[in-house]
Ligand binder design. Structure first.
Ligand code: SIN
Length: 352
């Protein structure tokens, strides 16, 4: 399961760890020339076209969640990674700003759970956005200011809330999964040929420019027949996709703002990691402009609605130095339920 974005270093030495450390290194900076950049369309014997099902999602359904018509998506697979699909920013102009705003303003709200809840009271973490807005909109004073709650946000969980200690989900730690993100996930998986994807859990990771995410595999979901989805916004990341064994050497690729990954089949349970955050390429910081200009297909969208100028000032400032990644999972298969947890007294009896 995904670990929270951290600067923690893994233990043990293996091929994956060596490459992780290489890309995490700051001084001297690593050579990024081997990193696959799907946005550049540079031919490589590793990159293969991915087959989508453009007829499965109408242009109207796609536009409702802020996506271009599926026939225009640039989707790729990787040689040797069956079930892995990389979609290079399929969002309509102007729609990423909506998703960024949801990640920063809406999804951190209660009843969703975040890292700050681990050591603060619910009333203190009630309105992360509202409590941060004032300080973040002040011009930099040159003086070191205490970090706002938004700057201290590292992760948020949605739906079945992931328990980082037990690495499990449970029936009784649940809040309704956001309908807009459910729809986005449904349309993306449908376009990729999956039917009936039911988004039940989400983990948002918030990365500052020096954050990383350790080597891990996402396996806590009870059903692995549906894909794992990943959406990225803001600054770019180096994403390392390894094999089924932790030490297998990984392939490095860029994840830019708007990019998506769909991991299914053999790729559903592969080790992966984010060793570093890198500046978004010139021109892709166009996200800044996206708050003002919108694709006309968005006009009739009921899901992706315009972001106010006031909200966008803060969002664009945040993503100028940060990245947000959203992973979406289906936890249970059709008709499946969580295993019964025996009542507490029975569990105590069992230990005696
Ligand atoms: C994850 O593996 O949970 C997130 C990966 C990413 O940030 O791209």
């Amino acid at each position: 399961m995904a670990k929270m974005a951290t600067s923690m270093v893994e233990t043990g030495e293996d091929a994956f760890r060596k490459i992780f450390k290489l890309y995490k290194r700051r001084n001297p900076p690593p050579d990024f020339s081997d990193v696959i950049d799907f946005s550049k369309g540079v031919p490589s014997d590793k990159i293969i076209p991915a087959k989508l099902d453009p007829a499965a999602v109408s242009d109207v359904e796609a536009a409702r969640v802020g996506l271009q018509p599926v026939r225009n998506w640039r989707a790729f697979g990787l040689q040797g990674y069956q079930g892995f699909i990389f979609i290079s920013n399929p969002f309509l102009l102007g729609s990423q700003s909506f998703w960024v705003r949801q990640c920063l303003k809406t999804y951190p709200q209660k009843p969703n759970v975040c890292n700050l809840d681990m050591h603060m009271s619910p009333s203190d973490t009630q309105d992360i956005w509202g409590k941060s807005v004032h300080s973040l909109s002040l011009p930099p004073s040159g003086k070191r200011q205490p970090k706002t709650l938004l700057e201290r946000l590292r992760w948020v969980t949605l739906g079945y809330h992931y328990n980082w200690d037990t690495k499990t989900y449970s029936a009784n730690h649940y809040s309704p999964f956001p309908a807009d993100l459910h729809s986005l996930s449904y349309q993306v998986t449908t376009a990729c040929g999956f039917s009936g994807f039911n988004a039940e859990a989400g983990i948002l990771n918030y990365y500052r420019s020096d954050s990383s995410l350790g080597i891990h595999v996402d396996e806590s979901e009870l059903d692995h027949s549906q894909p794992l989805l990943s959406f990225s916004f803001g600054q770019s990341a180096i994403f390392l996709l390894g094999g089924i064994h932790r030490q297998d050497p990984p392939t490095a690729m860029y994840m830019h703002s708007g990019d998506m990954m769909v991991m299914s089949g053999q790729s559903r349970l592969l080790y992966h990691a984010v060793p570093c955050i890198v500046p978004a390429p010139q021109g892709q910081t166009a996200l800044e402009i996206e708050g003002c200009s919108q694709d006309s297909s968005l006009l009739n969208s009921t899901v992706v609605v315009p972001v106010s100028g006031e909200d966008w000032v803060l969002c664009s400032r945040y993503i100028q130095s940060s990245r947000v990644n959203v992973t979406v999972r289906q936890v249970l298969g059709p008709g499946q339920s969580f295993p019964e947890t025996p009542p507490l007294h029975q569990r105590n009896d069992a230990r005696c």
